[in-house]
Design a protein around this ligand. Structure first.
Ligand SMILES: Cc1cc2nc3c(=O)[nH]c(=O)nc-3n(C[C@H](O)[C@H](O)[C@H](O)COP(=O)(O)OP(=O)(O)OC[C@H]3O[C@@H](n4cnc5c(N)ncnc54)[C@H](O)[C@@H]3O)c2cc1C
Length: 426
């Protein structure tokens, strides 16, 4: 039986105490800013506005961090879903550097909030990205380019060094990024929520924003049983509502990806506490988590229902890389929906009517939602216009159903090219 995405219980939920639900919005309220969406984009925006003494009301349709923010891989690193080389081709080196530096501020923000708020949320350091075919020099030139142009300090690992950490014949050379970290995203989101409340924000769960209307110089945001009147409205709903704000919603495509978590293991496949990904165009990402469990992510699809045999399918991927794992029990498996613009960069800005938006973080939202939240809070509270650095990546129509079919087709094409590359390398 197929189910809608975001319905299966996650390991993150199983290891988090949410506390009592926040009350749904009832009756009319006034605010400086109404934030729509309680994922990491909305929560960071609400927190940063509250820290700047703005009165914030945040509306979340379901539970805080119910979307991708509370169910993702938990890898935090600099950069965007789009490769920085492609960003550079489009906007030039200086503008790409400025954007990359903003993405770095996002990672630094996460690290700082965790250190101050709850260091136990961090689960490990570093990120290894491994090739599944022999290197032809591309990794070293990538490392050199990232050091020269973007100030990164990536390390090159030979095949032997890589296999000491990842005991699989599937892997060859790799790059290690020592500045990345991985964490418990749901605990992080709820920590931000509590900090926002402490700074004065009102957060409401089970409060779907249904209509946003302009009334003079203010905005009225209506839910089933309440209404917010605010000077500013900020849309942070990812691909989970593509109609509440048409200008950004029509530019975002929903893309699903999956995660499985094994039973606690004693194993000799993954020998590192770093997060790991491979360089395939449609690759896997994984890490060891508490009790020696393996959290394994992968696959991308525009299908918004969960496959009936998700756990088994993920296990096949896992064992193709690490057959020595035997037949591990899968204790949790789930899907999540990301939002992608066609250019794969976040959509951060303000429309011609004055509504703010922060969406389409793709598979790289842990740092970029933090970037967006800070930029928009500074724009609204202090009149800062650095958010305009994202102007070259405007919301363009993503093609509706046709766009989704195109993305799915290009994913299958990417998978095919990955297999051809790997077969050639053997
Ligand atoms: C399985 C998976 C693995 C991933 N792994 C990583 C990773 O390792 N590293 C990384 O950097 N990124 C990763 N990502 C991407 C990252 O999780 C997202 O980019 C990021 O969480 C997006 O945050 P968001 O706040 O924009 O959206 P979401 O977290 O989806 O939040 C949107 C919120 O808006 C609410 N909403 C929708 N409509 C309304 C409405 N009308 N009124 C009120 N509320 C509404 C929703 O209920 C939801 O809570 C992954 C994503 C998935 C799905």
């Amino acid at each position: 039986m197929k189910q809608a995405v975001n319905t299966f219980p996650t390991w993150y939920e199983a290891t988090t105490e949410r506390g009592s639900p926040r009350a749904a919005l009832r009756g009319p309220v006034k605010a400086d800013v109404c934030v729509i969406g309680g994922g990491l984009a909305g929560l960071t925006t609400a927190l940063e506005l509250s820290r700047r003494k703005k009165k914030v009301v945040l509306l979340e349709a379901k539970q805080l961090a119910w979307g991708a923010s509370g169910r993702n891989g938990g890898f935090v690193s600099n950069g965007f879903a789009e490769g920085i080389e492609n960003v550079q081709k489009r906007v030039g080196l200086e503008a790409a550097r400025a954007l990359y530096s903003l993405s770095r501020h996002g990672s630094e923000y996460v690290r700082r909030e965790i250190e101050v708020g709850d260091p136990a949320i961090k689960m490990g350091e570093a990120w290894i990205v491994a090739l599944r075919h022999r290197d032809t020099g591309s990794l070293k030139s990538y490392r050199d380019m990232m050091a020269r142009d973007y100030g990164e300090d990536f390390q090159f690992l030979s095949t032997e060094q890589t296999r000491e950490k990842l005991n699989s014949v599937r892997y060859f050379e790799s790059i290690s990024n020592p500045r990345a970290l991985h964490f418990h995203p749901l605990k992080y989101a709820l920590m931000l929520a509590r900090a926002a409340e402490k700074a004065g924000a009102s957060l409401h769960e089970n409060s779907r924003a249904q209509v946003v209307q302009k009334q003079g110089t203010e905005w009225r945001v209506r839910c089933a049983d309440g209404e917010v009147t605010a000077q500013h409205v900020v849309h942070c709903v990812s691909s989970l509502d593509r109609t509440i704000h048409k200008a950004s919603g029509r530019a975002v495509l929903p893309v699903a990806t999956y995660i499985a978590v094994t039973e606690p293991l004693t194993q000799d496949g993954v020998r590192t506490s770093a997060a790991v990904a491979d360089t395939r165009r449609a690759g896997n990402y994984y890490r060891l988590i508490d009790e020696g469990r393996l959290l394994w992510g992968g696959r991308i699809t525009t299908r918004v229902s969960e496959p009936a045999r998700l756990a088994e399918e993920m296990k096949v991927d896992m064992l193709a890389t690490f057959p020595q794992l035997g037949n591990p029990r899968i204790d949790y498996s789930w899907a999540g929906l990301m939002g992608y613009a066609l250019h794969k960069m976040p959509l951060i800005g303000r429309d011609t009517e004055g509504q703010w938006f922060a969406t389409a973080f793709g598979g790289h939202g842990m740092n970029t939602t933090a970037t967006a939240g800070q930029l928009l809070a500074r724009a609204i509270a202090d009149g800062d216009d650095e958010y305009r650095r994202f102007a070259p990546f405007a919301p363009l129509w993503a093609g509706g159903q046709l766009g989704r079919a195109g993305v799915q087709a290009s994913y299958w094409w990417m998978q095919l090219r990955d297999r051809i590359d790997e077969a050639r390398a053997r």
